[in-house]
Design a protein around this ligand. Structure first.
Ligand code: GLA
Length: 723
């Protein structure tokens, strides 16, 4: 029994499918959509699979004789197809290549053509339900196509309103909505030549994106090659942004709204309505559902819990995050587009700069003790788009964390605002620049986007300062070399932000070189590049994801302890800093320090400085075993003598050290949370992640995250393509 029952209250049809109730429960470890199941070809890229239990079919049975003269029924004629996006069981739409997505769209198109050739079909509806929140337990990526013998009510409502609008304004309603959104701008999520994605003014879901064709196109088969490519790109970016929004697989319903087929009910509909995709994601935050409950279902009175101008901003930031993992060139283009979105068009093109994160291979808490360190720049960065203004105002916006815009008046005094701490970094830079005679003659509009996780101990703040200082210097024609930029930025952090950091971070961020570590003497700022040739091994950062508090005060406390130990030693020894000593001399003078804690602090500094020399030599000789040994010794020293590790870092250390293909591991950065750095055999990376995650999770209850490091360049100006 499968039939359509007429609903006289709503003037539409309910599809009643008795056979769906008898659907067998699938075995847990079996998937009919995977090659080898016997249900699909052994190899395929995309595939149309006939629904095993269709509610609509071309051979529908007779309706149950339970109706009446009043209660009408109709045969459930039509079609229900499953569209398999890939043979890969666990992939998802945005992980598919553009080429692959184009094939998927071609399949939708060919299905649309074939289904619409049947004159009894009145509406064709491709859709996808994704995620357990919408009742999908089968992870294999797939959507469906229903071909109905009637036009569904929601579509009819849209068509009726579009028709009325056309009568009054002689324009397609979807074209008009596109135009409104385009003019307003702030709800646009993504746009290419052929498609525009936005959170419409009226949308009832906080993240309810509409993706609409820009040209007045009624049906999928009308898309030309270029439009197919651009739809593929837009789908990839939108679904990728969804998954980046809360760093979790994002559930949604994706619904293709096209014009009706074979219907005489809506004469002229081709003119007043057009193809677009509506997404309904049932989340209002990371783990809170947006229910379609009584008001929505019972009265069709939607309640959106969030102003979509805000959620659009979140989605645009998620989009940049997605692009950063997919395609850096697109990322750069989009950052500049965001800039123009915020600040408007102008004759003068914005310029784009970037400064990377850094990792320290070895030499921890050494820079403020005058010794050697061995950091490297990473290949994820903070970006800054910047354009001069006519007045003396600087406007700063950040795409990641901070919704507020900062205004700085160059005529006024630079002041701290305790409510907007992040602004201290650029303000500090402005202050040191002007203290050093670099005065700005005009203001700037500035937009930041950072790929660098904050609080992970990879120097997001140094990157922030350095990109700002370097960009300002470049645009204003100040001749400041990168080394000096680093020194000025350290000063900004020490004097304005109030953190007494050493020079290592700013130096690495400014001076980094692709494929190289920087062996830096922090007393003299002499340095050399050391190639990081790890052959079959990779550098892996593992983030404890511990929330760090009070780190600045702990940091300043250690600095104070080192100064005290030095002062006590200087009573008898002629030294400028702790790193002027070797460990033997220090041991011989333990009595001068006269305090076990201070002595241990000094011992860490002195032995760590020695380890840096051994490590750099080992690197040059390709002796990774030796490098690994001193890394481990460094961690022990930071744990026992310097006491800056803590349970999370120590657990990560223990887990990594116990892993056979991990040759060396240690905490990196200031400590008290943040990351470890490990050298792991490249082919074992996945297993390493799995094992470390399991151990770390069970001992700390936290989830670690991993970054495979690629060593990149320091601060630089970036080219970008205008779209
Ligand atoms: C922080 C500081 C650096 C350095 C490290 C520890 O990252 O900013 O100057 O002292 O800690 O090595």
């Amino acid at each position: 029994m499968a039939e359509l029952r007429y609903n006289p209250l709503l003037d539409t049809w309910t599809m009643v499918a008795g056979n769906r109730q008898s659907r067998p429960n699938m075995p847990k470890d079996w998937c009919p959509f995977c090659p080898g199941s016997g249900r699909v070809p052994d190899t395929y890229e995309v595939y149309k699979y006939d629904n095993d239990f269709p509610v609509l079919s071309i051979n529908p049975g007779e309706a149950d004789p339970v109706g009446s003269l009043f209660y009408k029924s109709m045969q459930a004629y039509g079609s229900c197809e499953v569209i398999l996006y890939s043979s890969e069981h666990t992939t998802t739409m945005h992980e598919l290549s553009l080429l692959h997505l184009q094939k998927l769209i071609e399949l939708w198109i060919s299905r649309f053509k074939e289904l619409s050739a049947d004159k009894k079909i009145k509406y064709i509806f491709p859709f996808e339900n994704k995620g357990e929140e919408v009742g999908v337990t089968m992870p294999h990526p797939h959507g469906q196509i229903y071909a109905y013998p009637f036009i569904p009510l929601k579509i009819r409502t849209e068509l009726n309103n579009a028709s009325l609008h056309f009568d009054q304004h002689h324009e397609c309603l979807i074209c008009r909505i596109n135009k409104e959104e385009k003019d307003f701008g702030r709800r646009i999520i993504y746009e290419n030549k052929s498609f525009i994605a936005y959170l419409p003014y009226f949308t009832d879901y906080p993240y309810g994106v509409f993706l609409a064709a820009k040209d007045h196109i009624n049906y999928l088969p009308q898309l030309n090659k270029e439009q197919v490519n651009e739809l593929a790109e837009a789908l990839k970016v939108i679904t990728g942004s969804f998954d980046c929004l809360f760093d979790r697989p994002f559930p949604y319903m994706m619904n293709f709204h096209s014009n009706p087929v074979n219907s005489t009910d809506y004469p002229g509909h081709e003119k007043y309505y057009h193809f677009h995709i509506e997404f309904y994601p049932p989340l209002r935050s990371k783990d809170r559902i947006k229910y379609y409950a009584s008001s929505e279902m019972g009265a069709w009175a939607a309640a959106n819990v969030a102003p979509v101008e805000d959620t659009a901003r979140q989605l645009r930031s998620a989009k940049l995050k997605y692009l950063s993992g997919w395609d850096k060139e697109r990322l750069r283009t989009e950052i500049v587009k965001e800039f123009v979105q915020f600040y408007g068009e102008s004759q003068i093109q914005p310029q784009l700069f970037s400064a990377p994160a850094r990792v320290n291979l070895i030499g921890e808490h050494i820079d403020y003790n005058g010794g050697m360190v061995l950091p490297a720049a990473l290949d994820f960065s903070i970006y800054m788009a910047i354009r001069p203004r006519q007045d003396l105002k600087i406007y700063l916006r950040d795409m990641n964390y901070f919704p507020e815009m900062i205004e700085i008046d160059l005529k006024g005094k630079l002041q701290h605002n305790p409510d907007v701490r992040w602004a201290d970094y650029p303000k500090g830079v402005l202050k040191v620049l002007s203290d050093n005679g670099y005065n700005l003659k005009q203001g700037f509009d500035v937009l930041f986007f950072s790929e660098i996780p904050a609080g992970a101990g990879v120097s997001s703040s140094a990157a922030f300062e350095v990109v700002f200082a370097y960009g300002l210097a470049d645009i204003n024609g100040f001749k400041i070399d990168k080394k000096k930029i680093a020194v000025l930025c350290q000063k900004a952090e020490n004097e304005f932000v109030g953190v007494s950091c050493g020079i290592m971070d700013q130096f690495a961020v400014a001076m980094g070189k692709k494929g190289n570590g920087i062996l830096l003497n922090c007393a003299t700022l002499e340095f050399e590049y050391v190639p990081l040739e790890l052959n079959d091994y990779s550098l892996v950062l593992t983030n404890t994801n511990k929330k760090r508090g009070l780190i600045d005060s702990k940091y300043n406390e250690r600095l104070g302890e080192c100064r005290e130990a030095l002062a006590r030693l200087q009573k008898q020894l002629k030294i400028n800093d702790l790193c002027s000593l070797d460990s033997k001399t220090l041991a011989a003078n333990e009595g001068l320090i006269g305090d076990p804690v201070l002595y241990r602090r000094a011992r860490h500094v002195v032995t760590e400085n020695e380890r840096v020399k051994i490590a750099s030599q080992a690197l040059r000789q390709g002796d990774l075993e030796q490098l690994g040994r001193v890394m481990r010794a460094s961690h022990i020293s930071l744990r026992d003598d310097y006491e800056v590790t803590g349970i999370e870092l120590d657990t990560l250390y223990d887990e990594a050290k116990g892993y056979p293909d991990c040759i060396g591991t240690r905490m990196t950065g200031a400590g008290f949370g943040g990351c470890t750095i490990s050298i792991v055999k490249t082919i074992a990376l996945d297993d390493f992640k799995k094992c470390v995650t399991a151990g770390y999770r069970s001992k700390t209850g936290l989830e670690p995250s991993f970054y495979i490091c690629s060593v990149g360049d320091g601060v630089k100006k970036e080219n970008y393509k205008r779209s």
